[in-house]
Design a protein around this ligand. Structure first.
Ligand code: NI
Length: 129
């Protein structure tokens, strides 16, 4: 027997705080969802990152907790909880968090977090949580 009741699905929303509570390390983004070719990732950061750029894509930062500073060669921006900023494709940038920041990144699947270079801050890609 199959009707609307027996085939009903249970859908689950994605809670940012729940996802962030599942890990404590820094600079290791976790994928929480995809939309077409784009991935939504949550990450904790603290301290300084490295200068880098993404030659093929913009990069979106949405701050959930804390205050993020993003330096660019010609200035910087402060992004507080509840705010977002989009770094344009090809623009060198360096995220910095004096105290721990929890945030979400939106970028195409396959983007390397350290841009055109690989170094000790390069994280594993496609790490789902
Ligand atoms: Ni970047």
């Amino acid at each position: 027997m199959s009707d609307a009741t027996t085939t009903r699905q249970s859908y689950q929303s994605i809670n940012f705080a729940d996802k962030l509570a599942r890990f404590t390390d820094h600079w290791q983004p976790r994928v929480i969802a995809e939309m077409n070719d784009y991935q939504f990732k949550v990450v904790r950061i603290e301290g300084d990152f490295l200068w880098h750029e993404h030659a093929d894509t913009d990069e979106t930062f949405i701050v959930l907790e804390g205050e993020l500073r993003i330096d660019m060669r010609d200035g910087f921006v402060l992004v507080s909880a509840g705010e977002m900023f989009v770094v344009p494709k090809g623009v060198e940038h360096k995220p910095y968090a004096e105290r721990e920041v929890k945030m979400m990144l939106i970028e195409p699947r396959g983007v390397i977090n350290t841009g055109g270079e690989t170094n000790e801050r390069t994280s594993v890609n496609d790490m789902w949580i």
